[in-house]
Write a protein that binds this ligand. Structure first.
Ligand code: SAM
Length: 250
């Protein structure tokens, strides 16, 4: 159960305080915490927030949390799967968590769609993919999918020794600040996400090759951008290509 739920508990006061500070600054209103576990980060968030809503899947941890914070009026503990929750009704100022690594990507993809600032401690390898720049090896579909909704920044790295038990990989804290790119690109979001997944399907192939199953070859032949690989293109380039292939063609 433990391994499957990604239970690596933070024990470093310094790291816990840095994450809480990144999430709340000096003070904030409502924090949604994902995966509170035994409450190590919760304690630091409570010092800086008016209200913490903590969503935890493991009933055993719910018991530990209830015993640790028996009469804390600022804390609401919810048992459930963060992947099934709608965070918006709680109107959080920030979503935060030392995320279970098996579900970190799915949780972040959900969180950015709420338009709420998100601070997550995740595997370093995933953090590098989310914050990658065009032209780098890590740049791909996940980078673009997140960038449609949020500007991603790597805040700091965390070594395995900061956790009990230590994970086998390095970790990092990232900040996702909501942006308006999905709206300003002026294109329908869901079809564009599907297009992005096609663009990055085979990273070594040109866009023309990756897209030839979905768009007419003669249209692709007319577009110089299509001779590049997706990993060489900014999100704006890919949006321009999408527009050229779809606007007025439906
Ligand atoms: N926040 C604690 C800490 O830093 O010590 C625990 C972090 S631990 C990496 C991840 C926590 O998320 C575990 O307590 C685990 O049970 C919980 N968890 C795993 N999957 C979850 C899910 N789908 N929804 C909510 N919580 C989940």
């Amino acid at each position: 159960m433990r391994q499957r739920l990604g239970q690596h508990f933070l024990t470093s006061p310094h790291i816990l305080d840095r994450i809480a500070a990144a999430a709340c600054g000096e003070h904030t209103g409502t924090v949604v915490e994902i995966g509170p576990g035994k409450g190590a980060l919760t304690e630091y968030l409570l010092k800086r927030a008016d209200r913490v809503l903590a969503i935890e899947i493991d009933p055993e941890m719910i018991g530990v949390l209830a015993a640790r914070f028996p009469a804390e009026p600022k804390l609401t503990i919810l048992q459930g799967d963060a992947l099934d929750q709608d965070f918006q009704p709680w109107q959080p100022n920030v979503i935060c968590g030392n995320l279970p690594y098996y579900a970190a990507t799915a949780i972040l993809v959900r969180a950015v769609r709420t338009g709420v600032r998100t601070i997550g401690l995740i595997q370093k390898e995933v953090a590098d993919r989310i914050t990658a720049k065009p032209g780098s090896r890590e740049y791909g579909f996940l980078t673009c999918d997140i960038a449609l909704f949020a500007d991603a920044r790597l805040l700091f790295n965390v070594k395995p020794g900061a956790f009990r038990p230590p994970p086998q990989v390095d970790s990092a804290v990232i900040a996702l600040e909501p942006n308006t790119r999905a709206a300003t690109l002026g294109i329908p979001v869901e079809p564009f996400q599907k297009f992005l997944s096609e663009c990055f399907q085979h990273k070594r192939k040109t866009l023309r090759n990756n897209l030839s199953g979905a768009y007419p070859r003669e249209d692709l032949a007319d577009l110089p951008l299509a001779s590049k690989r997706a990993e060489q293109c900014s999100l704006e380039d890919l949006a321009a290509l999408f527009r050229a292939l779809t606007i007025g063609k439906e």
